[in-house]
Design a protein around this ligand. Structure first.
Ligand SMILES: Nc1ncnc2c1ncn2[C@@H]1O[C@H](COP(=O)(O)OP(=O)(O)OP(=O)(O)O)[C@@H](O)[C@H]1O
Ligand SMILES: [Mg+2]
Length: 300
């Protein structure tokens, strides 16, 4: 049901990144990972001196404490760090879902802080896609309607060839008239990824998109995000606690205590796990399991 790796629809703007021939995705991944991002590469999203403070006085939490980070266009970046280290905050502020206390967030060349509410809403609609841990599909709509919902809400005409190519990539062509409750978790999340990509956004932000999935379904979602980058030329920024998931990215940025503490190109699960252990000498914690990292002011 899935197309051969390395081939892509005529609507794909992948350019050279998609021309992997028989080497397929693995070859493309290695090539992309080995090629360091040249200085001056365009950034799809970026934050400069980003600070986010919640609460005041004794209740004050510095969720972000001077983070400067860029997410290169056409790349897959993972964000990792202990629970409470500021990953979701960084993603929400970079995506214009929340505002910084100080510093600047950019989508492309646009500084989000300079936009009014209406402009920000339009920018989010047209240039950004989101995938959340809890799939957030509309239960009363079909798969097809869920996928085109953001385009419909924006009053735009769907690019049918692109949407068809997406449906092909997510492998849910036979499920288009089903409702979310009739799908597995992995299938629902694949719909959510297709929805995030449907409007051809510049950048897709995904906050623990595999957090509620078993490893097989999670793997399908990660493959899909990888294909969005390598075959469709999109930019993906993904928060994850899973070193195996992070290994799908071209680069991992590590947060601790609201600060960017490291970046790793061409990550492997083993290297990411080693790096995570170095945070506090423990395995990476998962939200809700009571094993929080050493981040001060964490939610524990
Ligand atoms: N709305 C809020 N009000 C007050 N504090 C908040 C709020 N949102 C987040 N925080 C705090 O900011 C810090 C960073 O939270 P954030 O959700 O970004 O962490 P995270 O790295 O995504 O953690 P997790 O891995 O558990 O999802 C935490 O200490 C958290 O308690
Ligand atoms: Mg989070």
């Amino acid at each position: 049901m899935s197309r051969p790796t390395g081939s892509h629809g005529s609507t794909s703007p992948a350019g050279s990144m998609g021309s992997t021939g028989t080497a397929g995705l693995a070859g493309a991944r290695e090539a992309a990972a080995e090629a360091a991002v040249p200085p001056g590469s365009p950034m799809a999203a970026r934050v400069v001196d980003a600070a986010k403070v919640y609460g005041t006085g004794d209740a004050e939490v510095r969720a972000l404490d001077g983070v400067t980070a860029g997410f290169p266009a056409g790349r897959f970046t993972a964000i990792m760090g202990p629970s409470g280290s500021g990953k979701s905050t960084l993603m929400h502020c970079a995506a214009g879902l929340d505002t910084l206390t100080s510093g600047t967030a950019y989508i492309g060349g646009t500084a989000l802080g300079e936009l009014n509410d209406r402009q920000l809403t339009l920018l989010r609609r047209e240039r950004i896609g989101f995938v959340f841990q809890s799939f957030n599909l509309v239960p009363t709509l079909t798969v097809a309607e869920n996928i085109t919902l953001p385009i419909d809400l924006a009053g735009r005409r769907p690019d049918t060839a692109w949407v068809d190519a997406l449906i092909d990539v997510v492998g849910l062509g036979e499920r288009l008239l089903h409702r979310p409750s009739e799908l597995s978790g992995g299938q629902q999340q694949r719909v959510a990824v297709a929805r995030a990509l449907a409007g051809r956004p510049d950048v897709v932000f995904a906050d623990e998109p595999t957090g509620n999935l078993d490893s097989r379904s999670g793997g399908e979602v990660l493959d899909l995000l990888g294909r969005a980058v390598r075959e469709m030329g999109r930019t993906v920024v993904m928060v994850t606690h899973d070193p195996g998931a992070a290994a799908h990215a071209d680069e991992v940025v590590f947060l601790a205590d609201g600060r960017l503490v490291d970046r790793m190109a061409a990550p492997t699960a083993e290297r990411v796990l080693d790096r995570m252990k170095a945070f506090d000498g423990r395995q990476p914690s998962r939200p809700g399991d009571g094993r929080h990292g050493s981040a001060g002011g964490s939610a524990s």
